[in-house]
Design a protein around this ligand. Structure first.
Ligand SMILES: N[C@@H](CCC(=O)N[C@@H](CS)C(=O)NCC(=O)O)C(=O)O
Length: 119
């Protein structure tokens, strides 16, 4: 079972690498605005999780600068996720804005939210 998961993970990463999406090109003012919109965001994720790959691809497509934390390999990140978000489930977007902190689970919700921030 573990072997199958490792092979599938490697395949996901390989195809993600081969078909890396292009980043959108914006004017520098627009890009600065998008950078500002996502400034306090952090993505908690696993490297080979397909839902995380889906979110990372959208981040790349949208040319967003969002730091990632690996909640599988880094115990501190896993603890932060459980303490803050309430569950060890990825992907999860930590959203720090306007003095508040929110934790958003579900890849489709995260992608829709990021698309709004890019609009
Ligand atoms: N529907 C979720 C699925 C996320 C999911 O199943 N993530 C897995 C890793 S690939 C996970 O964190 N599993 C741990 C758990 O569910 O407790 C999404 O689209 O984000």
């Amino acid at each position: 079972m573990k072997f199958i998961r490792v092979v599938l993970g490697a395949l996901i990463l390989f195809f993600n690498w081969v078909f890396t999406p292009r980043s959108i090109k914006r004017s520098s003012e627009l890009q600065q605005q998008v950078d500002k919109n996502v400034k306090g965001f952090t993505l908690y994720q696993y490297k080979a999780c397909p839902f995380c790959v889906k979110v990372r691809r959208e981040i790349k497509r949208q040319a967003m600068k969002i730091p990632t934390k690996d909640a599988k390999r880094d115990q501190q990140s896993a603890d932060e996720l459980v303490e803050g978000g309430g569950r060890l489930k990825v992907p999860c977007l930590k959203i720090e804005e306007a003095g508040t902190v929110r934790w958003m689970y579900e890849s489709s919700d995260i992608i829709s939210f990021l698309q709004q921030k890019a609009a």
